[in-house]
Design a protein around this ligand. Structure first.
Ligand code: CDP
Length: 239
C-alpha cells in the first residue's frame, strides 16, 4: 500500500475539477476551452484552408500545424512572451498526438492551424491543451475517427496518481539529509476507442511495472475525460 498523501486531499485516481466548453472563440472555425483545476487551455482551429506558400502544399494530405503558448502571467514567474524550446517541443508532441485521429487525406493541399493558449498553468497544461484542441477540431467539423483525451499521470513518492499539480511535480523527499526529487511526470494521450496511445512522455524514473500501472490509470482516466468532452460537444450542438 502506498503512503503518499495528496496535498489537495484527492484520491490517487481522482482528477481536479474538469471543465470543458466548446465554441469559445467566435471567429475561429472551431474552438474549445478545457481545464484541469486552474490549468486552463483555449484552442482555436482555423481551416482546413488552402496552404500558402504553394511549395509547402502536399497533394496527398492536409498539413496540421499546432502552436502551443502560455500567457506571460499564466505562471508564478512571468514567462517571456514568444516561442521557447519548451513551447516548440509541446507544439510538436501535440501535433503528433492529434494526427492519428484526423482524416487529413480528405483535404489535399490544405492546412489546419490549431492555436493553443494556456491562460493559467498549474501543471498538465500540454494535456489540457490536447483535450481542448481535440474538441476544437471536432467543432470545426474536421473528420475524425474519435476524440483524443490526455492526462498527466505521476509517480509521486510511492504512489501512481492521476492529474498531477505543480506542487506534486515538485515533490521532494529527504534522503541522507538531502532533499531529492521524488516525482515523475508521465503525460499521455489516449485514443479510447482504438485503445491506443498517441503520446507518452516520461520526466523522471519509473520501473516497467510502474509504467504499466501508470498507463492503465491513464486509460481509465481518459475514459472519463472523453465522456466530458462528448458532453461539451453535445451541448454546443443543442444551442
Ligand atoms: O504543463 P506541463 O505539465 O504539460 O509541462 P511542464 O513543462 O512539465 O510544466 C509543468 C508546469 O511548470 C507548468 O504547467 C507550469 O505550471 C510550470 N511552468 C512554469 O511555472 N513556468 C514555465 N516557464 C513553464 C512551466
Amino acid at each position: 500500500m502506498a503512503t503518499y498523501k495528496r496535498p489537495d486531499g484527492r484520491e490517487y485516481d481522482e482528477t481536479r475539477k474538469i471543465e470543458a466548453k466548446v465554441g469559445v472563440v467566435k471567429r475561429a472555425d472551431g474552438s474549445a476551452m478545457f481545464s484541469f483545476g486552474s490549468s486552463r487551455a483555449i484552442a482555436a482551429v482555423y481551416g482546413p484552408r488552402q496552404l500558402h506558400p504553394q511549395h509547402l502544399q502536399n497533394p496527398e494530405k492536409c498539413l496540421l500545424r499546432c502552436y502551443y503558448d502560455m500567457l506571460p502571467f499564466s505562471v508564478a514567474e512571468r514567462k517571456r512572451p514568444g516561442p521557447s524550446r519548451r513551447s516548440t517541443e509541446i507544439s510538436y508532441v501535440t501535433t503528433s498526438a492529434l494526427s492519428p485521429v484526423l482524416k487529413l487525406e480528405a483535404f489535399p493541399n490544405a492546412v489546419i492551424d490549431v492555436y493553443i493558449l494556456i491562460i493559467e498553468a498549474d501543471a498538465s497544461t500540454r494535456c489540457a491543451g490536447i483535450n481542448a484542441a481535440s474538441l476544437a477540431l471536432a467543432h470545426a467539423g474536421v473528420p475524425m475517427t474519435e476524440l483524443v483525451s490526455a492526462v498527466s499521470i505521476g509517480k509521486i513518492g510511492d504512489a501512481i496518481v492521476a492529474d498531477i499539480t505543480k506542487e506534486e511535480e515538485d515533490y521532494k523527499i529527504k534522503k541522507d539529509g538531502k532533499e531529492i526529487k521524488a516525482a515523475t511526470d508521465i503525460p499521455m494521450a489516449i485514443l479510447s476507442r482504438a485503445n491506443k496511445l498517441s503520446l507518452l512522455q516520461l520526466d523522471g524514473k519509473v520501473t516497467l511495472d510502474e509504467l504499466k500501472e501508470a498507463i492503465a490509470l491513464g486509460k481509465k482516466t481518459c475514459k472519463k475525460i472523453v465522456e466530458i468532452q462528448k458532453q461539451a460537444l453535445k451541448k454546443v450542438k443543442e444551442e
